[in-house]
Ligand binder design. Sequence first.
Ligand SMILES: Nc1ncnc2c1ncn2[C@@H]1O[C@H](COP(=O)(O)OP(=O)(O)OP(=O)(O)O)[C@@H](O)[C@H]1O
Ligand SMILES: [Mg+2]
Length: 248
Amino acid sequence: MLQVRNLKKSFGTLEVLKGVDLDVNKGDVVAILGSSGSGKTTMLRCLNFLERADAGTMLFDEKQLELHSASRADINALRRRTGFVFQNYNLFANKTALQNVTEGLIIARKMSRAQAEKIGRAALVEVGMEDRADSYPSQLSGGQQQRVAIARAIAADPEIIYFDEPTSALDPELTGEVLAVMRKLAQEGRTMLVVTHEMDFARHAANRVIFMDGGVIVEQNDAETFFTNPAQPRTQEFLQNYKQRSLL
Ligand SMILES: Nc1ncnc2c1ncn2[C@@H]1O[C@H](COP(=O)(O)OP(=O)(O)OP(=O)(O)O)[C@@H](O)[C@H]1O
Ligand SMILES: [Mg+2]
């Protein structure tokens, strides 16, 4: 359903993405791994036009877009079909959990408040936050805020959801509740592209794993093969480093 070819992005003289090719099928849960600075966030942001790529094409279902020059109308149409979950939740501080979820439905999708609230409450149920619908972000833990952010993403019924390190700002004890929600979404067959450092999630909840390094995709494989039999030396080194760190 998503095909990306030759995605390139530089910041000044720093070439961050050097021609990335990516294919995502409906129902795929793709984990994107890679060391810090390898371009994972930049790639996700380019795919949703939060950052303008220098080159590359995207085929989203039947719709072809030039990443460099897509029109505002095409970008808005694409964004209506995608969801984005950020590392730092990005909730409005002055809106309740429910208002955060319904805002986009009412403003961008011109839904009636009643309909938006019905959908919004169902989304909060899905992430286990229905009893906190009237709480403000400051009254919620990081894990709860992130679950509201996930509810906001799924309320719009996106065809694909991009997650950028959704648990990395959380204390370890709050990570589990967010990963549990993401596992549930994966099992429901949602299409997800997840930048993460959570190896257990990558191995067991994702069906494919992509490893990025130096602005390119170095290796991609089904999750089990990726972890048990990595082909590239760079991938082996990355997994070895991770294993050593987790044994400390
Ligand atoms: N807006 C920007 N302006 C200049 N340089 C940037 C900008 N955004 C990212 N970079 C640089 O691009 C490179 C890739 O950054 P990116 O955030 O995509 O990495 P990442 O793989 O997500 O890393 P991390 O695991 O630390 O989140 C880094 O060297 C970063 O400093
Ligand atoms: Mg990042």
